[in-house]
Write a protein that binds this ligand. Structure first.
Ligand SMILES: Cc1ncc(COP(=O)(O)O)c(C=O)c1O
Length: 423
């Protein structure tokens, strides 16, 4: 057919970037036969159903806007049900921004290990917050980030059981865990009782950047979630990304052995590098407790590009498509530095969350100014400005900056704060 429809490239290669030419013909739009993501009834619905069957979820909604779009839809669901959200403080900025847009009330939990980027939260902390909501007559839900950026996995099964006792739906940011369903032991949130979760298929599985899945336990919820996705997503979701999601699903169903093999090999790699201390439980997050900034310089020279590094750790993200040779190279390089691993710096100690003086929305949408940290004490945090990765905000919009948290910001290399201009 002669392409008298969008996009304007008409499927032709754009000079001077001929490398793109092979994929251009597949970059189409909602033409006859190509279905339409947010009202899918044809090939896209079929692909979504295949992915749901693969994971054993009630329904899956494709996202060409990453987990970010799925998180926005989950937040809208929480808002529509007028729930108070109970959330560990380890949240990605996409959740925070969704809270700002929707004016969603959140009760944040302080991590028992004092680590905001990779916090651990005891079940009792969730239970106390759930009890408190019951006492105040608030309808609650729980939102958990698991795995987090460092590969720490929460006990989703226990949380799901707790949530059921309080009639509180469980939402999981599983952006880093799309592969968890296919390990020897299925640790995917949907298998463990979550009501909704998002998977960034692009983070650890072979999908194009931006490809993600929103899982619903009950298939009846899918049309509502799609309605919310429409509120935030582009009306022109990328067919290339959607194609890559379908391809990733197909790849998974024929590659279970390969996924388990790579996971076993990654675990072996950890065990055999005995000089290193690894954090997190996920096999594909190779998170090393070390001065990641210094270690990353060594890895750069050896031709390894890391995912994330700070003064406490370095994260190498592995994937089931990595070959034996590639995993062996990582092993050899790390082994060669085993006698001089730069030790991790000690993170400033935190004792409590900062005082909240304004709502997330009020503060994030207030007039603000940038001030050096040395002048920010007692000021109110405006919009969060957080480096990505890991995009986990330290102080949140509406919280009062105090000395303890300013020290933490300085530790992570943040030099200025966006502060609300108080009238
Ligand atoms: C924990 C977490 N949640 C959500 C997201 C957003 O995912 P996406 O980039 O697929 O929109 C990220 C991205 O890095 C993340 O690390």
């Amino acid at each position: 057919m002669l392409r008298c429809h969008m996009p304007g490239h008409k499927g032709k290669s754009i000079m001077p970037f001929p490398e793109l030419s092979a994929i251009m013909p597949y970059d189409i739009t909602e033409i006859e036969g190509a279905d339409s993501l947010f009202e899918a009834s044809g090939i896209l619905l079929h692909a979504e159903k295949e992915t749901a069957a693969l994971y054993g979820s009630g329904a899956v909604c494709y996202s060409a806007g990453g987990s970010t779009l799925c998180i926005q839809a989950m937040a809208a669901k929480m808002k529509a049900e007028q729930r108070t959200v109970i959330a560990g403080r380890t949240v990605h900025r996409s959740f925070l921004h969704a809270c700002v847009l929707l004016d969603l009330p959140v009760r944040f939990l302080f991590p028992e290990n004092g680590d905001i980027i990779s916090g651990t939260y005891p079940l009792t902390a969730y239970e106390t917050a759930l009890q408190s909501c019951t006492q105040t007559g608030e309808k609650a839900c729980v939102y958990v980030t698991s795995p987090d950026y460092m590969g720490h996995i929460a006990d989703i099964g226990a949380l799901a059981a707790l949530c059921r006792r309080y009639d509180a739906p469980l939402f999981v940011d599983n952006a880093h865990g799309a592969h968890l369903a296919f390990l020897k032991e299925n640790r995917h949130p949907m298998a463990l009782g979550a009501d909704f979760c998002c998977d960034s298929a692009h983070k650890l599985l072979p999908a194009l950047t931006g490809g993600a899945w929103l899982h619903c336990r009950r298939s009846e919820d899918a049309p509502e979630m799609k309605q919310y996705m429409q509120m935030f997503g582009s009306t022109s979701p990328s067919y290339l990304i959607m194609q890559s999601l379908e391809t990733a699903s197909g790849w998974i169903s024929s590659s279970m052995e390969q996924i388990r093999y790579a996971a076993a090999k990654a675990e072996l790699l950890r065990r055999s590098l005995s000089a290193y201390h690894f954090l997190g439980e996920d096999p594909f997050h190779l998170t090393i407790a070390a001065d990641g900034v210094k270690l990353s310089e060594l890895l750069r020279k050896d031709g390894i590009m890391w995912e994330y590094a700070d003064r406490t750790c370095l994260v190498l993200l592995l994937s089931p498509v990595m070959t034996d040779g590639e995993l062996d190279k990582i092993h050899a390089v790390l082994q060669s530095h085993a006698d001089h691993i730069p030790p991790p710096a000690v993170r400033p100690h935190l004792t409590a969350l900062p005082e909240r003086v304004m709502s997330l929305r009020q503060a994030a949408l207030s007039a603000w100014e940038t001030v050096p940290l040395s002048e920010a004490e007692e000021r109110i945090c405006g919009p969060v400005q957080v480096p990505c990765p890991p995009a986990v905000p330290l102080v949140l919009s509406g919280e009062r900056l105090n000395r303890e948290w300013l020290k933490l910001m300085a530790f992570y290399g943040i030099r200025t704060a966006a502060c609300v201009i108080e009238k």
